[in-house]
Design a protein around this ligand. Structure first.
Ligand SMILES: NC(=O)c1ccc[n+]([C@@H]2O[C@H](COP(=O)([O-])OP(=O)(O)OC[C@H]3O[C@@H](n4cnc5c(N)ncnc54)[C@H](OP(=O)(O)O)[C@@H]3O)[C@@H](O)[C@H]2O)c1
Length: 283
């Protein structure tokens, strides 16, 4: 079977074109939308990601400011910064970059981000709104998976979807979004007894575990669709996903590439959220 490459570049370009127009309209009215990127780590992969977000923002006319708190920031310092930026009307949006310093969890600090500016949907309020089916910001990566599937016309209603990963920022919110699309969802994790048995029964497999090569041909049934969310550092310094593409290709009907699949759509959606936050905050 030919395995279709479910790329995200075309979809990301369409989202970005719309964002750019909305940004220009906002900038003409007052000033460019402004995003605060809060960083409290010295992780090279995070630095690379932050840099790519800043470039993406710049291309779209969004002002993006990196605020560095250092890798030894305490939960209290991070909360203070998030509270200050939430109250500061010169910022429309806030994004807290992970990883956080050792001993600090996202749950310790994320409630300090105002839901109006929480463009990556990480606060308990945003996650609760999503679980209740109410309007709020949705984690961009989870939203990107659903948008990518829709863009490639992969049906979800009544389909079995296996999500590998149960984090608060990818796996769990994704399960909520898939339920809203009328899919039947199974969420797998590191304690799932027989991962291959669960995923091989699914019509769609989403790999979001952060483990290179975790999902192989034996995890995927003939004709299923596989979305690879993973971004793992490759030995050559590049990035690889969670899916062993070699063994899945020829068996799956579709597979999203890494890089070039979920990643560009995630960034585009995040920037769209920034503009939406600015539009709402400015009435
Ligand atoms: N493309 C993008 O735009 C984008 C954005 C965000 C994240 N990512 C990538 O997505 C991946 C997941 O991110 P995350 O923040 O959700 O990671 P995370 O917080 O580390 O969560 C990983 C999840 O995978 C599960 N897991 C780990 N090993 C497993 C195994 N062997 N079998 C089954 N499940 C396993 C864990 O289970 P337990 O809960 O039992 O520990 C956990 O629920 C990472 O590679 C990250 O870099 C990509």
């Amino acid at each position: 079977m030919d395995t279709l490459s479910l790329t995200g570049k075309e979809l990301a370009a369409a989202i970005n074109a719309d964002t750019k127009e909305r940004t220009a309209a906002l900038a003409a009215g007052m000033h460019a939308p402004r995003l605060a990127l809060i960083v409290a780590n010295d992780d090279p992969a995070s630095a690379w990601y932050v840099n790519s977000l800043r470039k993406a923002a710049e291309r779209l006319g969004i002002a993006c400011e990196r605020i560095d708190l250092g890798a030894d920031a305490t939960a209290e310092q991070i909360r203070e910064e998030l509270t200050a930026r939430s109250a500061d009307t010169s910022y429309d949006a806030i994004m807290l970059q992970t990883p956080l310093p050792a001993g600090v969890s996202l749950n310790d600090v994320s409630s300090a981000i105002s839901a109006d500016k929480d463009v990556d949907g990480v606060s308990p309020l945003s996650l609760g709104l999503l679980a209740a089916g109410l309007d709020g910001f949705v984690p961009a990566t989870s939203e990107a998976v659903v948008e990518l599937l829709k863009h490639h016309e992969i049906p979800l209603r009544g389909k079995l979807v296996a999500v590998v990963g149960r984090s608060n920022i990818v796996g769990k919110p994704l399960a909520q979004l898939l339920l809203a699309e009328d899919a039947t969802v199974t969420v797998c994790h590191s304690r799932t007894a027989d991962l291959a048995a669960v995923t091989a029964a699914a019509d769609v497999v989403v790999a979001a575990a952060g483990r290179a090569g975790l999902v192989t041909g034996k995890h995927v049934r003939e004709g299923a669709v596989v979305i690879d969310v993973g971004t793992n550092e490759a030995p050559d310094g590049g990035i690889v996903g969670d899916v062993d593409a070699e063994s899945v290709r020829g068996k799956a009907a579709g597979l999203s590439p890494v890089p070039g699949g979920v990643g560009p759509v995630t960034t585009a959606l995040l920037m769209r959220h920034v503009v939406a936050a600015a539009e709402k905050l400015r009435g």
